[in-house]
Design a protein around this ligand. Structure first.
Ligand code: SF4
Length: 136
């Protein structure tokens, strides 16, 4: 880690994106219709943040507080990425188009367990489906 990053973020009270919405907000009353209504009701000019959580890792970090499953196999990750691409399409078609995005959070095992080519394809898909701000 760069010392400048430590200085910049070390004392900051940053949000902890282990799930969104956060687990206290989970409820069986929130179904697909509610989700679709939330997406279509997003303000078209307000910047949005995207949160992508791939819940698989090769090994468990001692400080982990995330939802994850340890696996040595690639197949669960590949299958999950298929579903993630479908969800990206679903969100993009129901949200205001193009949804302006200024932040993307890759969470879970995303940075290490997703194959580089799959990660590039994922970011290409995001760039294609959403309206990224220059500063994103
Ligand atoms: S990479 Fe992240 S999600 Fe995976 S075990 Fe480590 S802290 Fe947990």
């Amino acid at each position: 880690m760069q010392p400048s990053a430590l200085q910049k973020y070390g004392e900051a009270r940053l949000p902890r994106y282990t799930s969104y919405p956060p687990s206290p907000e989970f409820s069986p009353t929130v179904g697909s219709d509610t989700y679709a209504a939330w997406l279509s009701g997003l303000p078209s000019a307000a910047p949005a943040s995207l949160y992508l959580h791939v819940p698989f890792c090769r090994s468990m970090c001692w400080y982990c507080g995330c939802h994850t499953t340890i696996t040595a196999k690639d197949q669960p990750v590949v299958e999950y990425l298929d579903l993630l691409r479908k969800e990206i399409d679903m969100v993009a078609t129901r949200a205001p188009q193009p949804l302006p995005v200024d932040r993307v959070h890759f969470v879970g095992g995303t940075p290490t367990i997703v194959a580089p080519a799959d990660f590039v394809a994922l970011t290409d898909l995001l760039l294609d489906r959403f309206g990224f701000a220059d500063a994103a």
